[in-house]
Design a protein around this ligand. Structure first.
Ligand code: FE
Ligand code: ZN
Length: 254
């Protein structure tokens, strides 16, 4: 079985720790800070085998070198970001496979937030670690990519099995839900989800993971074909990537 632990750090980041109880291998995804990771490793009696990074931003790679130095772990990240991600041992590309014991993750390249962004999809475990590409009811800001690239990246994730759990790196859900409601106020799935996540956040509980099915029902960036969203943007019948670009722009100033 694959254990997945969620470690909240900084204001709104999550570090994920994966442990395979057969091989005893352990990986962390996007370690912003080393101490919270070392604390959990000590508490569990686990040894860190791998770091997986989704992209080069400091709040995703901040603890790479410290953890590598203290644990001897190997660092897996996009080959194209070798220059920007500290301590890379294995550079990965589209379609590469990462194994933690018997658990396999496919690497999918999802440019948009950054040009080298990758996500890790564990098909057998129905788990997607998507960094800052897809958020619960939102998506990453376009720092380096074009709207067209991000739209395509999100379409790739939208096509994964609906039961796939979406483990994103940030707890941005409540703000995303407010924006989503502003562009699609009559979506009843969204209304319900808003209430559910508001309740969770009121008692400081995580709203992550969600699932691909929930995102298809509620995430405006997965719903650019919604006639109500198109109406709201004054773009009825426009091409999907055009609607996406307008939606992302509106979110930037929301
Ligand atoms: Fe980022
Ligand atoms: Zn981030």
């Amino acid at each position: 079985m694959l254990d997945i632990l969620q470690i909240p750090v900084l204001n709104d980041n999550y570090i994920y720790m994966l442990h395979d109880s057969v091989s005893l291998e352990t990986a962390v995804i996007d370690p912003a800070l080393e101490q919270p990771v070392l604390d959990v490793l000590a508490e569990k009696g686990w040894q860190l085998s791998f770091i997986l990074n989704t992209h080069h931003h400091w709040d995703h790679v901040g603890a790479n070198l410290a953890l590598k130095q203290q644990t001897g772990c190997k660092i897996i990240a996009a080959a194209s970001d070798r220059e920007r991600i500290p301590g890379i041992d294995v550079g990965v590309k589209q379609g590469d496979v990462f194994s933690l014991g018997q658990h396999q993750a496919q690497v999918l390249v999802t440019p948009g937030h950054t040009s080298g962004h990758v996500v890790y999809y564990f098909a057998g475990d129905q788990a997607l670690f998507c960094g800052d590409t897809l958020f619960v009811m939102g998506c990453g800001r376009l720092f380096e990519g074009t709207p067209g690239q991000m739209y395509k990246s999100l379409q790739t994730l939208k096509a994964l099995p609906p039961s796939t759990r979406v483990y994103c790196t940030h707890e941005y859900t409540l703000a995303n839900a407010e924006f989503a409601l502003s562009v699609e106020p009559d979506n009843s799935d969204l209304q319900q989800k808003f209430l559910a996540v508001a309740e969770l956040r009121a008692i400081n509980k995580p709203t992550v993971p969600s699932t691909i099915a929930e995102e298809i029902a509620t995430n405006p960036f997965f719903r650019v074909d919604s006639i109500n969203i198109q109406k709201e943007l004054g773009l009825v019948g426009a091409a999907a990537d055009v609607v996406f670009a307008a939606l992302r722009q509106r979110k930037d100033s929301f």
